[in-house]
Design a protein around this ligand. Structure first.
Ligand code: ZN
Length: 419
């Protein structure tokens, strides 16, 4: 969390070779390309730890509805009629471009036809952990959950040499996966050194249903069937009691809070204060744009800080620097990328964003962490470097044509309206 004034960073290939005062580095290094960051905040890129990127074209399709009604009557029927590899690729290209524009260097996704998302992410130049969704009923081109798990394992092997991409197994939730499916997913993930990504305890209804069917709360249930471990990413964790939090901490699993989505779907307020007291690793995600409706981690930072200060009637709670960690290093920890990204350190991968500070709404800046949480929005993110390569320069995406993406999104809108 140290702030270096008048500093420079030397990048060699994809690695941060040196960080120091500009004077010193100017004396000792020459570079093929020099990026002038005098008016910029230079920081580790944000990590979005829970997304459904191929849902990009569903933004604003249906809003203002309870979660189950939203899923059952709008999202799932549209998806089941619409999904194809081509659709997932196009929507992923759009969504990953949008992530980069929000200063995000890595996202942890959950969806279907993951290979297409991986290909789109590679084209845009962003890191992805692509979680292949697993459900107990036929979906996309699958009829059985084992096919979905096997697909994830196959892709995990196929993309092993791609530095930007990892695959994960992503059982959607305990309410659409039987115990047998969850056990198979957990076992398969562990045997193949993969992450497990699941929605848990998002709504109060989920807790009641879990108690009815399994006679216990979701985290106890997952623990008892051997699901929990340090490779588990729990999305939401809104209705988790203290005893369950202690289990999450003991098992070294992580929780991704998606404040805007949870607020919009009125799912409840995550027990952040208790999570922090119980030393649970908490990080941030946006969820999909169908329920957020944007991919801004800077907004998540603002929302989580203000909401929980207010709920706890404690303005000292969640200081800005802690929130910045949730959006960077905590996520890197959760996603097993701690040794590679999440902070600017010599030897780590060069995943760096530059934020303009010389603009009207940002000047004067007394404390960079305060500004990141309460003042700055994604439009101030000017440059994004991922794995040592510029993928956005002065807000222009390097590897994709933004106008083409916009035209394609309009085309899909007309197709979706036809169904
Ligand atoms: Zn989700």
């Amino acid at each position: 969390m140290r702030v270096i004034e008048k500093g420079s960073i030397v990048i060699k290939d994809n690695i941060i070779l040196k960080i120091s005062k500009t004077e010193e580095l100017d004396r000792n290094f020459t570079a093929k390309k020099i990026i002038d960051a005098k008016s910029k905040i230079v920081m580790p890129g944000f990590i979005n730890s829970h997304t459904h990127i191929p849902m990009s074209y569903f933004r604003g399709l249906a809003d203002d509805l309870p979660l189950q009604e939203w899923l059952n009557n709008y999202i799932w029927p549209t998806e089941s009629r619409f999904l194809s590899e081509e659709f997932v690729y196009d929507a992923s290209l759009y969504g990953t471009a949008e992530l980069v524009k929000n200063g995000i260097v890595l996202f942890n996704d959950m969806y279907f036809f993951g290979k297409q998302t991986a290909l789109a992410a590679t084209k845009v130049g962003i890191r992805a952990i692509v979680g292949e969704g697993v459900l107990d009923y036929p979906f996309a081109s699958y009829t059985k959950p084992k096919q979905m798990i096997d697909y994830a394992i196959r892709q995990h092997k196929e993309f092993a040499d791609n530095e930007l991409i990892d695959f994960a197994i992503a059982p959607h939730s305990i309410y659409v996966c039987k115990t047998k499916t969850l056990r198979l997913a957990a076992e398969s993930a562990r045997n193949n050194n993969m992450l497990l990504h699941i929605h848990v305890a998002e709504t109060e209804k989920e807790i009641k249903d879990c108690i009815k069917h399994h006679k216990k709360r979701p985290i106890h249930y997952l623990n008892d069937i051997g699901f929990l471990g340090d490779n588990v990413i729990i999305a939401h964790g809104t209705w988790v009691d203290e005893e369950e939090q202690k289990i999450i901490q003991e098992k070294n699993a992580s929780v991704v809070i998606c404040t805007e989505s949870e607020l919009k779907l009125a799912s409840g307020f995550a027990p952040i204060k208790e999570y922090l007291q119980n030393k649970v690793n908490v990080c941030l995600g946006t969820d999909g744009v169908a329920s957020n409706n944007n991919l801004s981690i800077l907004e998540e930072m603002d929302f989580i800080a203000k909401l929980h200060k207010s709920i706890n009637q404690d303005p000292a709670m969640l200081p800005a620097s802690k929130v910045v960690k949730m959006a960077t290093i905590n996520s890197a920890k959760a996603l097993h990328k701690y040794s590679e990204i999440g902070s600017l350190e010599m030897g780590k991968k060069a995943d760096i964003i530059l934020i303009e500070k010389n603009i009207l709404e940002i000047v004067p800046m007394y404390n960079v962490f305060s500004h990141l949480v309460y003042t700055i929005n994604s439009n101030a993110v000017r440059d994004v470097i991922i794995n040592g390569k510029l993928v956005m320069e002065n807000r222009k995406l390097i590897n994709v044509d933004e106008d083409e993406l916009i035209e394609r999104a309009k085309y899909y809108k007309s197709k979706i309206l036809e169904i």
